[in-house]
Design a protein around this ligand. Structure first.
Ligand SMILES: [Zn+2]
Length: 460
């Protein structure tokens, strides 16, 4: 019997609910019941929530007060009223973010957060506890489809150095182990010889499931396969998050871990937006968010099944609402019904969220997030892109802020080179970095096959 799980589910959660008014399990119960509703009933539920949010916005959020004239339309047809509000992209939000804070909230009660990663430019925003609890409940509902509950033992294979910085503290690990029943394996510097140690740790811990970035899980899986390391038990699932999960990654992970891979689609600034069920359907969390998929140029609605820019309206964030927020991902909606029988609509897989894992000349894997983390502490850098051609060579393109001199980038370049010791990195300063094929700008791109690179390394 897993005593920590028993403790979390029978003591910790009830205490958090009683003492702090935590509502995660309450929301989870609601979501567990609404997933069985028909699509019409779900639409009605979503429309009611949208109406309440829009009325709040025009009354108390400075950025949305100019839309007070939509009040009648909000009352009768909230979806059509929503479409009269312009799409909010991240740049506009970043420039005017103070205007999105609800006048009636106590700012000291807000939870500050920052998005990292894919745009290379950090974005600050606020949430409140209620919003976070809705996000958590949506995650637990998705996990429940694989038989996982809030106390289930897990191993997190994580590649984000920002979070890993705070994870270095002992208190953090104790909290993870005893309050979350979870241990963390850092995936930003994995090596073949450390895999065996990690596998031994995993064997002692015997988690019910694994959780991690697609690229980090994939890197871990490749090393497991290379070292022929097998698990002696069958996990319930490996949950992939935060990045596009490619088919080749799914195959390698399933073959290494010997169980299903389940995809979670979420964003730090929008919550858990979709989750893959046990039948492979990617179900949208329609109770928490309104999805629109639009043509990236005309902003007109895309037909079902066609890829377009995802526009999200989070229905639970009343403290800093962002209506029609353009996340930067490309997705397609689907009108198929899932064989699992849940009424929640489906989406196709996400395109355009990628982070690459780099390979050093001595065979160490470095997660691409490391570079964005470095850039954050160097103000002169407006944008950058690093491309690794082979373990031995890479190029670094830098866009400086207009008021910065080239010499101010020296420390940034040094830090980047420290991460890839022995790799020859050519540096150039450019005016702009073009977006990739997916339409999204990527800051870290590995141009060679990782397995091939590791194999060649072995034979040298
Ligand atoms: Zn399903």
């Amino acid at each position: 019997m897993d005593l920590v799980k028993v403790f979390i589910e029978n003591i910790l959660y009830p205490v958090m609910e009683k003492k702090n008014g935590n509502r995660i399990r309450k929301y989870l119960t609601e979501l567990t019941s609404s997933q069985q509703m028909t699509i019409q009933a779900l639409n009605e539920l979503q429309t009611e929530k949208l109406k309440a949010l829009l009325l709040e916005c025009i009354a108390n959020v400075p950025a949305y007060r100019p839309y007070a004239y939509l009040k009648d339309e909000i009352e009768t047809n909230p979806i059509s009223a929503l479409k009269k509000i312009p799409i909010l992209d991240k740049d506009r939000f970043r420039d005017t973010s103070e205007n999105f804070i609800n006048d009636t909230v106590d700012k000291s009660s807000l939870i500050s957060n920052i998005t990292g990663g894919s745009t290379g430019q950090p974005l600050n925003f606020y949430m409140d506890r209620r919003t976070v609890e809705h996000y958590e409940a949506a995650r637990w509902r998705g996990l429940s489809w694989s038989g996982i509950t809030p106390g289930s033992r897990s191993v997190m294979i994580w590649g984000n150095p920002i979070e890993l910085d705070s994870m270095k503290q002992k208190s953090y690990h104790l909290k993870e182990r005893w309050l979350k029943n979870r241990i963390i394996i850092p995936a930003y510097s994995l090596k073949s010889d450390s895999i065996i140690n990690y596998i031994n740790r995993i064997e002692r811990f015997k988690p019910e499931y694994f959780y991690g970035y697609a690229s980090a899980l994939h890197a871990f899986a490749i090393l497991m396969l290379k070292e022929k390391a097998r698990l002696s038990f069958v996990p319930k699932a490996v949950v992939s998050t935060a990045e596009t999960l490619h088919d080749f990654q799914r195959e390698a992970i399933e073959s290494a871990f010997g169980c299903r891979v389940v995809n979670e689609y979420g964003a730090r600034d929008a919550g858990i937006l979709a989750f893959e069920c046990e039948h492979g359907g990617m179900h949208i969390t329609v109770e928490n968010a309104v999805f629109e998929v639009v043509d990236p140029i005309t902003s007109e609605d895309q037909p079902i099944g066609e890829n377009g820019a995802l526009i999200v309206t989070d229905l639970n964030n009343f403290s800093m609402p962002r209506l029609r927020y353009k996340l930067g991902d490309s997705i397609a909606l689907s009108d198929k019904a899932c064989t699992c029988g849940r009424g929640l609509p489906l989406m196709d897989n996400v395109v355009g969220r990628e982070d690459d894992v780099f390979l050093t000349i001595d065979g160490k894997l470095v997660h691409g997030h490391v570079f964005s983390h470095i850039a954050r502490s160097h103000n002169p850098i407006s944008k950058f892109q690093i491309r690794q051609h082979s373990p031995q060579s890479a190029c670094l393109h830098i866009v400086l802020h207009s008021d910065s001199a080239v010499s101010e980038a020296d420390a940034f370049i040094r830090n980047i080179k420290d991460v890839l010791p022995g790799t020859d990195i050519s540096v150039s300063f450019v005016d702009e970095i073009p977006a990739g094929k997916s339409g999204k700008y990527r800051y870290a791109i590995r141009e060679f096959d990782l397995e091939q690179g590791l194999k060649e390394m072995h034979t040298v």
